[in-house]
Design a protein around this ligand. Structure first.
Ligand code: PXP
Length: 240
């Protein structure tokens, strides 16, 4: 059965709206775990717009389930990962002007750098996942670089509006799953997944980890974070 990592960046976004000390993402992580989250994900951005160094340090000490650090391959951030040693890093592209991670990592054209980062993470026994478009080129480059896992960008699926485009996006994910599995990669998925669109993706055999943030934290504002996490967990469990 697939596991659910909750991305709690938005909790820090609310805190940063007032440059205050609440809500604390560390507290949010505990509540997510109590509600059944299998992992906690945060993105330490170079501009520190939400999650900061203190959060990452304390989360490493306090998260009892999987701690997944999303990050770019910029050297200062890679050095922090080497110091903090999360259970997993998910390598993402980062553009300072973007509202959220926009596209997948360009692995094929950055193979040398990707290989260096993978090697440095493996030296610290950190699992490496690359956040990529579900394309053969990027999957094979991730495998060549030595990544342990790939996270398929589900934004294309989430943004599809017609039945035909939804089905096309699901087929692309299934094809990508086959290629990644044949290359020996662990398969994750995330971005744009919500309570309405998770089920068909949760049904894709072989995807073993979901990273979901915006929709869970949005629902948490209304119903509370434990209920929001437990509801998403149930939807994943019901569609093994
Ligand atoms: N996976 C990756 C690599 C991401 O960058 C993000 C957004 O931070 C997510 C998953 C979660 O996306 P969403 O917030 O749309 O659920």
């Amino acid at each position: 059965m697939a596991v659910l990592n909750v991305n709690i960046d938005h909790v820090a976004t609310i805190r940063q709206a007032r440059r205050a000390d609440e809500p604390d993402p560390v507290w949010a992580a505990v509540e997510c775990e109590l509600a059944g989250a299998n992992g906690i994900t945060v993105h330490l951005r170079q501009d520190r717009r939400h999650i900061n160094d203190r959060d990452v340090r304390i989360l490493k000490e306090t998260v009892a389930c999987k701690f997944n650090l999303e990050m770019s391959m910029a050297d200062p951030i890679v050095k922090i990962a080497e110091q903090v040693c999360p259970d997993q890093v998910t390598l993402v592209p980062e553009n300072r002007a973007e509202l959220t991670t926009e596209g997948g990592l360009e692995c094929a054209n950055n193979l040398k750098r990707l290989m260096q980062v993978v090697k440095r993470m493996h030296k610290k026994h950190i699992l490496v996942s690359s956040f990529i478009a579900p394309s053969e080129k990027q999957i094979l480059a991730s495998a060549e670089a030595g990544c342990d896992a790939v996270e398929f960008h589900t934004g294309y699926y989430a943004n599809a509006v017609t039945d035909a485009s939804v089905e096309k996006a699901l087929n692309e994910l299934r094809d990508a799953r086959d290629i990644a599995a044949a290359a020996g990669l662990i398969i994750h998925a995330g971005h744009g997944l919500n309570y309405r669109n998770i089920e068909p993706v949760a049904k894709i055999e072989g995807i073993c980890e979901f990273n979901i943030g915006h929709s869970i934290i949005s629902r948490a504002v209304i119903v509370g974070i434990q209920q929001a996490v437990a509801q998403m967990r149930r939807l994943i469990e019901m569609n093994p």
